[in-house]
Design a protein around this ligand. Sequence first.
Ligand SMILES: NC(=O)c1ccc[n+]([C@@H]2O[C@H](COP(=O)([O-])OP(=O)(O)OC[C@H]3O[C@@H](n4cnc5c(N)ncnc54)[C@H](OP(=O)(O)O)[C@@H]3O)[C@@H](O)[C@H]2O)c1
Length: 316
Amino acid sequence: MKAIVVTDQAAGTAGMTLVERPEPPAAINDVIVQIHASGFVPTEMEWPSTWTDRADRDRTPSIPGHELAGVVTALGYGTTGLSVGQRVFGLADWHRDGTLAEYVAIEARNLAPLPGDVEFTVGASLPISGLTAWQWLFEHGLTAWQGLFEHGRLQAGQSVLAHGAAGAVGTMVTQLAREFGAYVIGTGRAGDRQKALDFGAQEFVDLDNDALKDVGGVDLVFDVIGGDIQKRSAGLIRAGGTLVSIVGPTEARPADGLAIDFVVESDRGQLGEIVQRVRDGRLRTNIGNIATLDDAIAALNPTERRTGKTIIHVQP
Ligand SMILES: NC(=O)c1ccc[n+]([C@@H]2O[C@H](COP(=O)([O-])OP(=O)(O)OC[C@H]3O[C@@H](n4cnc5c(N)ncnc54)[C@H](OP(=O)(O)O)[C@@H]3O)[C@@H](O)[C@H]2O)c1
């Protein structure tokens, strides 16, 4: 099969090569998926799991990409719940070969059915950003915060500071937080203002030109940036509020609140909730460039700023 591999962490995405690789075998509880579309997170080359297996051994050359949509072509021993020919989408294991390839071996539990009216490119754009936003809101943000999550809705006036609000995760966070009643203040670069507002943010802070402290107090901070911006954001959190980071262990903590960091996990039920929202129009995707596998290396090494998530269309 055709696959993109990386061998050199220092080279980053520029070190990607398109090669022939054997098709992967299906282990216990795996399925083999013929990949139709694949998502890629630009920071993957920085993740240790791109380079090592679970025992911390070198696993290069490794195939990056963890989001996929495709069709099941084989079942491993003992696999239940999915069938050959079924359309699926989901999130592949961080430590195994990924989805920038024609086939992937993946545990069935990491996949959900992809409804027939949802395109593969859309399915491949959802898993990481959708699940991260979902888990941030419902497992780490709202439920961790006493008093906020009441009868499934935020209390009126409670506010969320969503950093990187025009990005892949930020657009999902903004839309879900709005759906559940939050007042959303998005942040990002100057050029992101209109996009963040279009995805539902009620205010926007240009982190290069506006003063973050002018937003006043907020109840929940969603951090995709870290460093000094995380520290300054922690200082804005009202008593009882929460800072949730997805960019490593939190370096700052609210004076009177919680600080949480987490890594997204696949969840079939949550993938189903997310794709249903796409079908009925409650969630919009944030897809930028779409390229074929043959053109993927150029697309994943853009010379201009990304305008949304890059999706690789593996099957023509
Ligand atoms: N822990 C987890 O489970 C998890 C899950 C998903 C993602 N992540 C991580 O979360 C981060 C965001 O992922 P993503 O896919 O949403 O990335 P993305 O699509 O690039 O979105 C991030 C947005 O934040 C903006 N931004 C970053 N630094 C900024 C700064 N200093 N000032 C203003 N704007 C800034 C970016 O603008 P520029 O492009 O101009 O920098 C971009 O618009 C990545 O580091 C990713 O690895 C973690």
